[in-house]
Design a protein around this ligand. Structure first.
Ligand SMILES: C[S@@+](CC[C@H](N)C(=O)[O-])C[C@H]1O[C@@H](n2cnc3c(N)ncnc32)[C@H](O)[C@@H]1O
Length: 296
């Protein structure tokens, strides 16, 4: 589970995979083509003159849709939201091919009508819903998967809501565009298309204390930027070494070394409301609780 994390340099590693052309051959255009990127979006309006779309409608190639669903590992327990759903193809494919429920949000009533018709024609209308709304305002907090084919600036505008309103561990997959300085956990490329995946990180910054199975008391002070975590550690009130800290959705792994005589101990904790609970079989005896004071 461990990878080297470096907060202050830019060499943070992500799982990156070059798929090659054979896996999902496609022959279509993309929103990231220079022709699309150079569009003046202020000129792109719906029929009601005061309503402006943030992104024009460019559908995702069906093979890219499947690659996005694969990357997000969509399954029958998921509720997928496609923000800016266009003709509904991602939501419908998730229902048809992965048995997942889905909700599409689009500001263009024409797209919503097309999406509903498509869902009806494919027989998945009971698993999906399409809502005419502004994706920057709509409630998507119940999603377990969010898909995006927007522009990088729109992704960045959405970013605080994705981080604050989605549950830790929620998967986000974006076609073509990244999320500014929130680096993806995984990236795939094929045929000139980039797909990015993030796991919504739990909020772990702060001072935490717990007891290990051998009676030692551990304390860590963690700083966090997105999924990157670093900090300091103490064992029984004495300064120790926090050799590594890795956050993946709601799972936090801390590698703490008491002193030079002892090997580092790995604690794997799941973030639950205001406490960090030991994963099964871990060396941690009590949940880590947040403490306010600096007392060692
Ligand atoms: C590039 S298309 C992606 C369509 C679909 N997600 C796909 O991948 O095939 C972007 C969609 O976002 C919609 N859109 C743009 N701005 C929006 C906004 N502020 N709120 C909701 N939908 C928006 C557009 O109408 C368009 O259908």
């Amino acid at each position: 589970m461990y990878r080297d994390l470096a907060f202050d340099t830019d060499n943070y590693l992500i799982d990156e995979q070059e798929l090659g052309d054979s896996n999902y051959g496609l022959d279509d255009y993309t929103l990231s083509d220079p022709d699309f990127r150079d569009l003046d979006f202020d000129d792109y309006s719906l029929e009601e003159p005061e309503t402006f779309l943030d992104v024009p409608f460019v559908p995702t190639d069906e093979k890219v849709v499947q690659a996005m669903l694969d990357l997000a590992e969509v399954n029958n327990k998921d509720l997928l939201y496609d923000l800016g759903c266009g003709d509904g193809r991602i939501v419908v494919a998730a229902a048809l091919d992965r048995n997942a429920r889905g909700i599409g949000i689009d500001m263009d009533p024409m797209r919503i009508a097309e999406a509903m018709e498509y869902a009806g024609n494919t027989g998945v209308e009971f698993m999906v819903d399409f809502i005419e709304d502004d994706l920057l305002e709509a409630d998507f907090s119940q999603a377990t998967v969010v898909t995006l084919y927007l522009l990088d600036l729109v992704n960045v505008e959405l970013r605080p809501r994705l981080l604050n309103e989605l549950r830790p561990g929620t998967r986000i997959v974006s076609h073509a565009f990244d999320m500014g300085d929130w680096r993806p956990d995984e990236r795939k490329s094929f045929s000139g298309i980039n797909l990015f995946k993030w796991l919504v990180p739990a909020k772990v910054a702060g001072i935490w204390q717990w007891q290990a199975a051998n009676g030692d008391t551990y304390k860590v002070e963690l700083q966090q930027k997105y999924q990157r975590v670093k900090g300091k550690a103490w064992v029984n009130g004495k300064k120790a070494q926090l050799n590594n800290a890795l956050l993946s959705g709601d799972l936090l792994e801390l590698l703490v070394q008491k002193d030079a005589e002892n090997s580092p101990i790995s604690f794997i904790m799941r973030c639950e409301e205001n406490q960090l609970v030991a994963a099964d079989g871990d060396f941690q005896a009590t949940p880590a609780v947040k403490i306010d004071t600096e007392s060692n």
